[in-house]
Design a protein around this ligand. Structure first.
Ligand SMILES: [Zn+2]
Length: 327
């Protein structure tokens, strides 16, 4: 039979003046047990702590990847929304500058275009997380986009109503490109500050230059009446001005040949002359201007009849990039 192991402690006996072995009593055993459990607990918690700090469980790793993925997506969506806001801005600029001004109505009221944030604070339920701020600002951006989109679509509804009753006006406004340019390769220089090809100084270029071979057909960009068709020995060279009514006039310069007379009525798309390099010009091209109420405006905004949105973007890019005009 195996005897249970007994613990002893050494005690000094004052009577016998000797050290002697005394078996553990209950109190000693309890104390021993408490000590051992204590050490065990300490080791357990210690290792959990160390493991937790320096090692990652598969669940942790999966969650960390998940969070990184969500952060990444949130960032991308944020950028997309910024892009959309820019496009929308562009649309509303065109709306105010063109569509609404064509019909002679005021710009869409800015308080309707940029309605304030109303109602309850939707972000309250989103607070208290590490990513609260990112999520809140994304949601706010999205809500703003929604409000602006609704406003824009209302504005377009008004414009559509106006358009239905104004076919005459729509035929008259300059709304196509003055030369055939399906592939957008003819754009040479746009409206804005450009280096003048002869004077070599930065000058405001009030029109748009289309580079094209001598003899290329030039079209009237809207219905109207020719009010000038003549040759000057400098500046515009052989040029034509058409009055379209509703405050619009267009100018076509540096022609090699003028094919209309002063006082002649023309239709949109009718050939009025041929491309050349007369006047102040360094190469065959058409210099084209649009005037509205006596002011020279950017022709780029008036090609809505023959450009898809993609072509329009391409044209803006090209006309903005060239640094020197053909004048
Ligand atoms: Zn020019």
């Amino acid at each position: 039979m195996v005897m249970a192991k007994r613990f002893h402690k050494i005690r000094y006996n004052e009577q016998s003046l000797r050290m002697e072995q005394v078996p553990y009593d209950l109190k000693d055993y309890v104390l021993l047990a408490v000590k051992r459990i204590g050490v065990l607990v300490l080791i357990s918690f210690g290792s959990i702590y160390i493991f937790d700090t320096y090692f990652e469980s598969p669940t942790d790793r999966a969650q960390r990847r998940e969070i990184a993925f969500l952060e990444d997506r949130l960032g991308t969506m944020d950028e997309d929304m910024q892009d959309m806001a820019i496009i929308l801005e562009d649309i509303s600029d065109r709306d105010d500058a063109i569509y609404r001004s064509i019909f002679g109505v005021e710009s869409y009221p800015s308080h309707l275009r940029n309605p304030g944030i109303g109602g309850i604070d939707r972000s309250r339920t989103l607070r208290g997380y590490d990513h609260s701020q990112a999520v809140i600002s994304s949601e706010e951006r999205l809500a703003e986009l929604q409000r602006k989109l609704v406003a824009q679509s209302r504005s377009f509804e008004e414009v559509l109503d106006l358009a239905k009753n104004q076919t005459e006006l729509l035929k008259s406004i300059p709304a196509i490109q003055p030369v055939r340019n399906e592939d957008m390769k003819r754009m040479a220089s746009g409206y804005g500050y450009r280096i003048h090809p002869i004077y070599k100084v930065r000058k405001m270029h009030y029109g748009m230059d289309f580079s094209a071979p001598t003899g290329t057909e030039i079209f009237a960009t809207g219905d109207g009446e020719v009010i000038m068709a003549k040759r000057t020995w400098n500046g515009f060279g052989r040029h034509v001005i058409i009055r379209h009514g509703f405050g619009y006039e267009t100018l076509y310069a540096h022609m090699s040949k003028v094919l209309v007379r002063k006082g002649q009525k023309v239709k949109r798309g009718e050939v009025i002359g041929l491309v050349g390099s007369t006047g102040t010009s360094v190469a065959p091209h058409l210099h084209y201007e649009v005037h509205k109420d006596g002011r020279k405006v950017n022709p780029a905004q008036y090609y809505f009849n023959d450009l898809t949105p993609e072509q329009y973007e391409e044209m803006l890019k090209q006309s903005a990039s060239s640094n020197q005009s053909f004048d």
